[in-house]
Design a binder for this molecule. Structure first.
Ligand SMILES: Cc1cc2nc3c(=O)[nH]c(=O)nc-3n(C[C@H](O)[C@H](O)[C@H](O)COP(=O)(O)O)c2cc1C
Length: 220
């Protein structure tokens, strides 16, 4: 399929309604998942193919995707996630939202867990170099993770952006054989949605969070 777009010849032939619908309704899906229905590896590969069209600093393509579909690796990661959630809850001295607890409880049953990794370690330096390096490092991987969520959503698959298991990243690396010079980022639990109603979230309007020509200034 030729998906190239010529620019400068008028509006591209893109179905804006569908594109915006996917962008506006890619919600966290934690409970409304068909736990019995496996996710085809071809579909996951297709989504990862789409995700790797994301921007990549110095064209390094340092992304690596670790897809877990077998019970044992899923169980290990789910246990680490649950332990992290418990520490998080204890540290905040509060309750965890029902949906978040529900995800944790059934994480090992998710048809697939995708761990989005990045070759290399987050750079450390002093400001302002550190800021540029950190933004470059994470900016070369997190857009791909979001593209992956969008591609999944467009194919009827639900997922959730999670990072809690990273509290136990070292244990996860040991269990999954992830090399020391690879950084784990987002963990996406993935499955076909079941009875999920995905609608735009209530977010502050663009005008409230956008400044023009100087911080705090309104659109002319
Ligand atoms: C940086 C980041 C970390 C997150 N970590 C978790 C997590 O560990 N577990 C979880 O259930 N949700 C996690 N979320 C999902 C947010 O809770 C969710 O995006 C938010 O509640 C808004 O809901 P929506 O995704 O349906 O719009 C995370 C989201 C972000 C951006």
């Amino acid at each position: 399929m030729d998906t190239s777009d010529r620019q400068g010849d008028g509006p591209p032939e893109i179905d804006l309604e569908s594109v915006d619908r996917v962008l506006r309704t890619t919600r966290s899906v934690r409970r409304r998942i068909d736990f019995e229905r496996p996710v085809e590896p071809e579909v996951l590969n297709e989504c990862i193919e789409v995700a790797t069209q994301a921007p990549t600093g110095i064209a390094a393509e340092s992304w690596r995707f670790l897809v877990l579909t077998e019970s044992e690796p899923k169980r290990v990661v789910a246990d680490l996630y649950r332990s992290a959630l418990e520490s998080f809850r204890a540290a905040r001295g509060g309750e965890v939202k029902g949906a978040q607890r529900a995800l944790a409880e059934r994480l090992h049953e998710m048809p697939a867990l995708i761990l989005v990794c990045c070759e290399g370690r987050p750079p450390s330096d002093t400001l302002p170099r550190s800021l540029a390096l950190q933004v470059g490092f994470y900016g070369s991987i997190l857009p791909a993770a979001w593209s992956l969520m969008l591609a999944l959503r467009a194919r009827g698959l639900g997922s959730t952006w999670t990072s809690l298991h990273l509290l136990h990243a070292d244990e996860a690396a040991t269990a999954l054989g992830i090399p020391e010079d690879v950084t784990q980022t987002v963990l996406l639990p993935v499955g076909y949605t079941k009875d999920a109603v995905l609608r735009p979230a209530a977010r502050r309007p663009a005008a409230e969070v956008t400044y023009w020509n100087g911080w705090g200034r309104e659109q002319p």
